[in-house]
Design a binder for this molecule. Structure first.
Ligand code: FRU
Length: 328
């Protein structure tokens, strides 16, 4: 594994050598003199190197994000993307960002594990003149070029409203939260609470399962042991909902409980809905293709929006065959 990574790094270093050697403008990229990473005004390059810092590849959704970036980039021979996987380690991800900056990448794409600890290295990259696209999980402040992601508060609110409707306005819910030091976890939580406000939905058990199926399963085992009567599980992602389902199934209580997740990958959440494992899943697009689109616009010297909000769809057994419905 290390070997593979060093080959990539070696290829990258060589690649950077030729890229930099072929361009006389790049020596002007000193941290002080360079403008913060907005659109580039330099002459077009033959090859642009993009550093992609992924917080982990342990979950199918992140594998899909990298695939989306790769597929979109492949269509443009002038783009080279170098991927780094932080393996769910914040310190490693900080180091990856710094490595990309010292290697002089033309643009950084990052899907950060946590907001606060990644804010500083991202800001430094941006201040060094490197355009930074932040994907899915936000950082704090405004020291980046463009954020791309779906509206997690809106998704959480829609989940709350859907759950309240399914339960006729009253019921007992378990909330399995995503990592609460990440913005999607915080927003999916607060949005959900807004969605059930004024109803008689009671959250009887809540726990931070940190986006991980194995943690969700353990937390659900505790919830099942404590409560005889659970109507619904709202998990902040599909792996979490699936983990909860497995715990309920092992206790032979899965038929009494409904399960809702978020992500709706075709081969994960949507498949679970079709298989009657989940009752609903809300789409959370990866934004990978959009990131490449924005990168190309930045390289072309165009202004890009600071925030790009992606849409979401609700998939249930009733609408999955029709491609779900857009959420308002
Ligand atoms: C993958 C994931 C997704 C979730 C997203 C939130 O790491 O947990 O399941 O929707 O991150 O950032």
């Amino acid at each position: 594994m290390h070997g593979a990574r060093s080959i990539v790094r070696f290829a990258f270093t060589i690649g950077m050598f030729f890229t930099l050697a072929g361009c006389c403008e790049s020596e002007e990229k000193t941290p002080q003199a360079a403008p913060a990473g907005g659109q580039t005004s330099a002459a077009p390059k033959e090859v642009y190197t993009i550093g992609m810092s992924q917080c982990n590849l342990g979950e199918p959704w992140r594998v899909q994000m990298n695939k989306d970036v790769e597929l979109a980039a492949e269509k443009h021979p002038n783009l080279e993307v170098v991927f780094k996987d932080a393996q769910n380690d914040t310190l490693k991800q900080r180091a990856h960002v710094e490595e990309f900056v010292s290697a002089g990448v033309d643009l950084l794409i990052i899907s950060p594990k946590e907001a606060q600890p990644l804010t500083e290295p991202v800001a430094k990259a941006f201040q060094a003149g490197i355009p930074v696209i932040v994907l899915d999980r936000a950082v704090l402040g405004d020291q980046f070029t463009c954020f791309i992601g779906a509206d997690n508060t809106k998704i959480g609110r829609a989940a709350g409203e859907w759950i309240a409707e399914q339960l006729g306005g009253a019921g007992r819910v378990v909330e399995l939260k995503g990592l609460m030091t990440s913005i999607p976890g915080q927003d999916r939580h607060s949005g959900f609470r807004e969605g059930i406000e004024g109803t008689d939905i009671e959250v009887i058990f809540e726990a931070d399962m940190k986006w991980l199926e194995s943690n969700a399963r353990k937390e659900m085992e505790s919830a099942l042991a404590r409560y005889d009567d659970i109507d619904m599980v709202y998990a902040h992602n599909d792996p979490g909902a699936h983990g909860a389902y497995l715990a309920a199934k092992a206790a032979d209580r899965h038929e009494d409980i409904m399960f809702v997740g978020i992500d709706a990958l075709p081969h994960e959440g949507i498949a679970y809905v079709i298989q009657d494992i989940l009752d609903a899943t809300f789409q959370y697009p990866t934004g990978g293709a959009e990131a490449i689109d924005v990168a190309l616009r930045i390289f072309a010297g165009e202004e890009v929006p600071k925030h790009i909000v992606l849409g979401s769809r609700l998939f249930t057994k009733d609408n999955v065959a029709d491609g779900g419905v857009a959420i308002e």
